[in-house]
Design a protein around this ligand. Structure first.
Ligand code: GUN
Ligand code: ZN
Length: 431
């Protein structure tokens, strides 16, 4: 049994009143046994309850739940940061050529390792991940995540039109491959499967129908795709699906809008679409660095909240420009400033921990430090360099610490990343 002493912050429950419901222990204790969290609270009380536990003293640092990145692309690890395009030409010029390389399973294995390392180094302990059209790329990722018992949600990208021939599957092969991947990986260890039609333009009606059948057959799998990211994309969807009432309706017609559906972006939605997302319990992934990078637009968090839509923060690497969720909050804050409705540090923290876990119905396992949850957590040193040591006072309140990390922080603030009760990344061991 191990006892960790540090400043500790987490959201124990689902909440809409962030500053009231966060639990903060300036001198806190976290007890871990095997893979699970056993207890959390004020250090003195915890120490008394577990006198025999081995002490790991991180006084002066913060322990937070492992961070959740609710939408990103593992093959795009190698194509992050390419100049000059918006969504559709960016896909043609950079993304599709990169994803073709994943026909080679060895390449997929190699990039999966780099990808997982990037997550760990940035304190991300769960990702919602698009792989490529190749079944082997999903296998590569699930295998790499399984090695460290990481909770990963991933799926094979499905595309049967409007992309290079070598990246196309068909409705039938997609259905068969996804069924096989679900049977092999879904709920196997900490792996979970997500049906992953890339976006409406690259799937025929026939393919969306086939994936909808799987969604009905396996009703606890995740569904992930893109939605209303870019105006040219939306106009294209209108031409391709003239009978649908709108972009969301294309997915809705095939039973792909429900709880555990995660829609990337959702920047240009109508109020009917917002209402439908709310009533179906679906989630929108807010990807600020990507939305700025591709010039897609400014996400409207206020409207999402008004319609009770679950929102989770995400990097969307490689249109996203960082794997780091603190920096992702920093850009979310800037976007929200441009909309005159600044997103508070408490809310930013919620949307990458418990808020995301609640949205995905995974809060019994991740997103918090509650007894019974899996011991996925990070040790953070906010004062990691000269500037942050100057700006962030040693006794600063959590919201100030988190805000400053959002603006000034990056992977240098992540000291350790623990997954399933095991230290999987230690910054010191790299120095
Ligand atoms: N829409 C369809 N595919 C993609 C992708 O790979 N990245 C982003 N940002 N949007 C998409
Ligand atoms: Zn994406």
């Amino acid at each position: 049994m191990q006892l960790f002493r540090a400043s500790i912050a987490h959201f124990p429950t689902s909440t809409a009143t962030f500053e009231d419901d966060i639990a903060i222990y300036k001198d806190g204790g976290l007890v871990v046994e095997d893979k699970k969290i056993v207890d959390v609270g004020a250090y003195d009380a915890i120490r008394d309850r577990y006198p025999l536990a081995t002490l790991n003293d991180f006084t002066g640092k913060w322990i937070l739940p492992g961070l959740i990145d609710s939408h990103l692309h593992f093959p795009q690890t190698q194509s992050i940061a390419h100049y000059g395009e918006q969504l559709l030409s960016w896909l043609e010029n950079y993304t599709f050529p990169t994803e073709m390389q994943f026909a080679d399973p060895d390449h997929a294995d190699n990039i999966a390792k780099v990808f997982i390392n990037q997550l760990l180094k940035n304190g991300t302990t769960t990702g919602f991940v698009f792989t490529t059209v190749h079944k082997t790329s999903s296998e590569a990722l699930f295998n790499a995540a399984s090695e460290i018992d990481m909770a990963i949600v991933a799926g094979k990208v499905c595309m049967d039109r409007n992309c290079p021939q070598t990246l196309q599957d068909t409705a039938d092969t997609a259905q068969a491959d996804c069924a096989e991947l679900i049977n092999t990986w879904h709920n196997n260890g900490r792996n979970r499967y997500a049906l992953t039609p890339r976006f409406a333009p690259t799937s025929s009606d026939h393919q969306l129908a086939a994936l909808g059948e799987l969604a009905t057959q396996y009703n606890d799998v995740f569904i992930q795709t893109h939605l209303s990211e870019n105006l040219d994309e939306i106009a294209w969807v209108k031409r391709l699906f003239p009978r649908a009432e709108g972009y969301l309706d294309v997915y809705d017609n095939y039973n792909l809008v429900r709880e555990r559906s995660v829609f990337g972006h959702g920047i240009h939605l109508t109020s009917q679409e917002w209402a439908r997302l709310g009533e179906t319990n679906a989630t929108v992934a807010f990807c600020p660095t990507s939305n700025l990078f591709l010039g897609s637009g400014l996400f409207d968090l206020t409207t999402a909240r008004a319609h009770n839509v679950h929102v989770a923060l995400a990097t969307d690497v490689g249109a996203g420009t960082t794997f780091n969720m603190f920096k992702t909050y920093g850009d979310a804050y800037k976007v929200s400033q441009l909309r005159n409705a600044p997103i508070s540090p408490f809310e930013g923290f919620y949307l990458m921990t418990q808020g995301a876990a609640v949205a995905h119905q995974l809060d019994a396992e991740i997103g918090n430090l509650n007894p019974g949850s899996v011991a996925d957590f990070i040790v953070v040193e906010p004062r990691f360099d000269e500037l942050t040591a100057l700006r962030i006072k040693a006794d600063a309140a959590f919201d100030d610490v988190f805000f400053a990390l959002g603006i000034l922080g990056d992977d240098r603030a992540i000291e350790q990343t623990w997954i399933s009760g095991r230290c999987c990344y230690d910054k010191k061991s790299l120095q």
